[in-house]
Structures are given as C-alpha cells and as structure tokens.
Design a protein around this ligand. Structure first.
Ligand SMILES: [Zn+2]
Length: 168
C-alpha cells in the first residue's frame, strides 16, 4: 500500500487529536507495517500515524546512542500503540529538532530529559520503557503528533531553514 507524508503546519490531519486504538486487527497490523516502512524510507528517527494520514494513536520510534559529532548509532526500534508519557523528569533539555511533516526547517525545543512511556505493543502486550536524552525527545515529539502538536509550536529560539544553512 502506498502512503503520503502529510506536510504543512496548517494541515488538518496533522492538527487533529488522534483516536485511541481499542483492538488489534488485520487492518491495524497492515498499517503498522506501512508506518514502520515509511519511517525507514524517509530516514526518520520516528514517525507518527497522522504523518501518513491516519488519526490513530500509533507511533514508530527508534532508539539511538547519541555520539557527539558522529552519526547516531541505532540501538533498536519500537512500535507503540496508545503511548502515554509518565514519570516526566523535572530536568529539561534543549535540543535541535526537525520533522518530515515540516520540511526544510529545524529549531531548538525544550523537552523532559527522561520519561517513562507506557504503551501497547503490536502483540497487544502492555509495555513500558524508560528513555532519556535524544530517545526521550523522539518519543515526546512523536506523541505530540497524536495531539495535533508540531515541534514548531514549541520553539525556544527562532526557526532555521536547512536551505539557508547550506548557503553559509
Ligand atoms: Zn514530527
């Protein structure tokens, strides 16, 4: 099945509140495969269902080891159904973010340094995962998509454009 990456800060699909998933069925299983494929094909560190046009509470995420100055090493990937953030650290971090749905821009966003995310896995088992730093940022960014929130809503500094950075 084909998918289309939804873009634009005023795109109604990206701005809607996504619906909780009540049961796993074949249609959802097929969708999870598409979501995962779309993340990899577009080089995303994560992808949320609304970004490929479906307002349901599912995200695909990767977990990475952030090495300064080097490309992040991939540690794993996790599909999360109905993810909910718990145990948000008081400590915050500010890091640069970008988004496939808001192409060509990036900017600094403040996020919780660590979180515990509770979710259901594709086999319908309840799971939780403690994540910190970049991996916590990924999950916070993706769950925001399920609530119609984009990273550009949360910038702590003015937005930058990749096209302008390249000219420098
Ligand atoms: Zn995004």
């Amino acid at each position: 099945m084909k998918y289309t990456i939804q873009t634009g800060i005023n795109n109604p699909i990206l701005r809607a509140i996504s619906e909780e998933i009540k049961e796993i069925n074949d249609e959802l299983k097929d969708f999870l495969l598409i979501l995962r494929r779309a993340m990899w094909e577009n080089d995303g560190v994560g992808l949320a269902a609304p970004q490929i046009g479906k307002n349901i509470r599912v995200i695909a995420t990767t977990q990475r080891e952030k090495k300064s100055g080097k490309k992040n090493k991939l540690l794993g990937e996790t599909i999360m159904i109905n993810p909910v953030l718990k145990e948000l650290s008081k400590e915050m971090i500010i890091a640069e973010e970008a988004c496939l749905s808001v192409p060509d821009v990036f900017g600094k966003v403040k996020r919780h340094k660590s979180v515990v995310v509770h979710y259901t896995d594709p086999k319908w088992n309840v799971q939780k995962k403690k994540l910190k730093d970049f991996n916590a940022t990924i999950v916070q960014h993706e769950i925001d998509h399920l609530d119609g929130v984009l990273f550009v809503d949360k910038l702590v500094k003015p937005i930058k454009r990749f096209s302008e950075e390249k000219k420098k």
